[in-house]
Ligand binder design. Structure first.
Ligand code: MEV
Length: 304
């Protein structure tokens, strides 16, 4: 049997980095997906844009860990993705959740979605060192979600306006950026905790604004969050250029999404302004992607 499973990437409206310190975050699944195709085979192979390997922690660390942690028989796994890698859009979580979902169905492991998200989070932590549950939870459940680490995750009203992503096309290592923030936190614990508290507050007051579809105010809060992300050292000249270009072209708000350093920015816009915001991002040297939030999380298709 062959099983195909897809899972979405995500953007952060608020809370990246602060969520690693237990603060609340709001993130949303988007209409960019990673697909894992799995079938039983004589030997284990993993194929992706990076090439074809066996279990290989250098080339395919996440997928290797998925296969080994579920202790399944030999299997071939193929990964196809619409999500740029190392861009802050949750490409690794989407690949992990799509692979776990496909293995779960192929080998009848009977994991429910909460277990899938939990196993996915553990795999991200094993490979990266530190990871919040945000990416794996949102990729599994879909929708726009409020994440309170270690306490709860709940669905909010789906973001309905256009989302424009601006990719700097500069690789960003989540592990490295989280490590840099940890050093800042060790050096200036009071300052960093105060900043994380403000970011937590942005998530809190963002909830009723999202429920009320007040995207102009959500955008204003995103702009504040961007300034705080810059303050904790995860900004870059190019990220700021794309953020400013998106705002000047009429976005409700724009900020870094994900670990920062490189990777992507996210802008919320009205449908009418989306093309102008995308053009401004392209003109500023980024690669714009216009998308929408996705209510759908992990989806399995089995073929006999
Ligand atoms: C990376 O997409 C987001 C971070 O908050 C790390 C994490 O939540 O695991 C920087």
């Amino acid at each position: 049997m062959t099983t195909t499973c897809s899972a979405p990437g995500k953007i952060y409206l608020f809370g990246e980095h602060a969520v690693v310190y237990g603060k609340r975050a709001i993130a949303s699944a988007i209409n960019l997906r990673t697909t894992a195709t799995v079938s039983e085979s004589d030997q284990t192979t993993i194929s992706s844009l990076l090439g074809t390997t066996g279990i290989d922690y250098m080339v395919h660390p996440y997928i290797s860990r998925c296969i080994e942690s579920l202790a399944v028989p030999s299997v071939s796994v193929r990964i196809d993705s619409e999500i740029p890698v190392g861009s802050g859009l949750g490409s690794s979580a989407a690949a992990v959740i799509a692979t776990l979902g496909a293995l779960n169905a192929e080998f009848r492991l009977m994991m429910d979605s909460a277990t899938l998200a939990e196993v996915g989070h553990r795999i991200e932590r094993d490979v990266q060192g530190a990871a919040s549950p945000t990416d794996t939870t949102v990729s599994t459940m879909g929708g726009t979600m409020l994440i309170t680490p270690g306490v709860s995750s709940s669905k909010l009203r789906l973001i309905e306006c256009d989302i424009v992503i601006g990719d700097t096309e500069e690789f960003s290592s989540t592990k490295e950026l989280v490590g840099n923030v940890r050093i800042m936190h060790e050096n200036y614990p009071g300052v960093m905790d105060s900043i994380f508290d403000i970011i937590d507050n942005l998530s809190e007051i963002g909830v009723p604004l999202i429920e009320g579809r007040d995207y102009r105010s959500v955008g204003e809060l995103m702009n504040i969050d961007h300034g705080l992300l810059d303050a904790i050292g995860v900004g870059s000249a190019k990220l700021s250029r794309l953020v400013c270009a998106a705002r000047d072209a009429g976005a409700y708000g724009a900020k870094i999404t994900g670990a920062g350093g490189g990777g992507c920015i996210v802008a919320l816009t009205s449908d009418a302004a989306a093309d102008a915001v995308a053009s401004a991002i392209n003109d500023a040297g980024g690669r714009a992607i216009i998308t929408k939030a996705s209510e759908g999380g992990v989806v399995v298709r089995e073929k006999f």
